[in-house]
Design a protein around this ligand. Structure first.
Ligand SMILES: Cc1ncc(COP(=O)(O)O)c(C=O)c1O
Length: 378
């Protein structure tokens, strides 16, 4: 969808792009400066495979400051983004014959990150009416003797759902009682609007069963610097370090120096940023709910909304039937110049994801286009 939107833009079409999964603000100036300083100082060579000690210490400082979690640098591995951290982690934990629980709708990469190890993803239903918290009965049913991991992502991409502490605790209790590791992808921790964020590892008496995956991408608008990290038992980190050493040599050196500044420097802009995103969330939810036939729950976090378009599937656009969210999303792009991401990518064929990583004017223009496009269907 992003590729087609770019093509249309190149052809001079005015596209409102609400498909992007990254913040629209620049990397903070002090972080940029730290990166430039690293280049000028020739800090541009390989680093330790597990990442710079100074950055792993900075991660520990951040975890204690923001999450009340206490780890040592030996329990931290820096990677080229949260995505490579997850790839590496799945590789060392899972293999053929294993099953890994994912919650639907899931972030697009999880199933393939699991499958590429030979393991099988097993999908558990969630409740759209309760911030997409897990259906606990379905979870119990789906856990088997082959289940080796459960991946939690709250706040969630694509739904923006944020699970209550109690829901996470229920998952943890089940997991710990069956000796299943819980991977908690917390890359949207700073994008929680209605209650403070609580790290999964803080919600259990067995924190050694929780592996936290984090990223500088979203909080610090550093998607292109490619810095993420894993926090886990030192034995798991040691295995990941081996794989990373052969697969990537080391994480991006300049990105690591910039990330030290990101994690330990001035954090005061973050609450301000959160206010802006909360305002955008409220705006887009109101605009969507003003469109007849749409009912969008208010997500408590991340920067996505994920309304259900079932009421519009099967309708005709210029004589052509739109059967799936993918076809509807393509129609909205081609006919109205509105770029989104259809739910098929996330395991649900009736929903469309809209990112509010765009300014208010674009959100208003985008939702006008959505209303116009839907009104033309018959
Ligand atoms: C849920 C989730 N996890 C992980 C990532 C990976 O981010 P990065 O590799 O940029 O750290 C993303 C990026 O969109 C995401 O949405």
């Amino acid at each position: 969808m992003t590729g087609r939107a770019a093509e249309l833009r190149r052809a001079g079409v005015d596209v409102v792009n609400l498909s992007v999964g990254e913040p629209d603000f620049p990397t903070p100036a002090a972080v940029q400066t730290a990166g430039i300083r690293a280049i000028v100082n020739n800090q541009t060579h390989y680093t330790a495979a597990e990442g710079l000690l100074e950055l792993r210490e900075a991660v520990c400082t951040k975890l204690a400051r923001d999450n009340n979690l206490h780890y040592t640098p030996e329990e931290v591995l820096i990677s080229n983004g949260g995505k490579y951290a997850l790839y590496n982690l799945c590789q060392v934990l899972f293999q053929e014959g294993d099953e890994v629980i994912l919650f639907t709708p899931y972030w697009v990469s999880y199933p393939d990150l699991v499958r590429v190890t030979g393991a099988e993803p097993v999908f558990v239903e969630t409740d759209p009416g309760s911030q997409y918290e897990p259906d606990m009965e379905d979870l119990e049913r789906k856990i088997s003797s082959r289940t080796k991991g459960i991946i939690i992502n709250s706040p969630t991409n694509p739904t923006g759902g944020v699970w209550r502490k109690e829901a996470i605790q229920q998952v943890l209790k089940l997991a710990v009682s069956r000796n299943i590791l819980v991977i908690s992808d917390e890359c949207y921790e700073q994008f929680v609007y209605d209650a403070p964020f609580v790290s999964t590892a803080l919600l259990t008496d067995s924190p050694e069963m929780v592996i936290t995956v984090q990223s500088c991408s979203k909080t610090y608008a550093m998607t292109g610097w490619r810095i993420g990290y894993t926090v886990a038992d030192a034995q798991i980190i040691a295995a990941m370090k081996k794989l990373q050493g052969h697969g990537a040599s080391s994480p991006n050196a300049v990105g690591q120096y910039a990330a030290i500044e990101a994690l330990t420097g001035d954090q005061s802009y973050i609450p301000e940023l959160r206010k802006i995103f909360k305002h955008r969330r409220d705006l887009i939810v109101d605009l969507i709910n003003a469109i007849e036939g749409l009912d969008c729950p208010t997500p408590a976090g991340a920067f996505y909304v994920y309304p259900d378009f079932s009421a519009f599937l099967g309708k005709l656009a210029a004589g052509k039937k739109l059967n799936t969210a993918g076809e509807l999303a393509l129609y909205l792009l081609e006919s109205e110049g509105l770029a989104t991401v259809p739910g098929e990518s996330f395991g649900s064929g009736t929903h469309i994801r809209f990112s509010y990583t765009a300014g208010e004017a674009d959100l208003i223009r985008g939702m006008d286009r959505l209303a116009d496009g839907l009104a033309k269907l018959n």
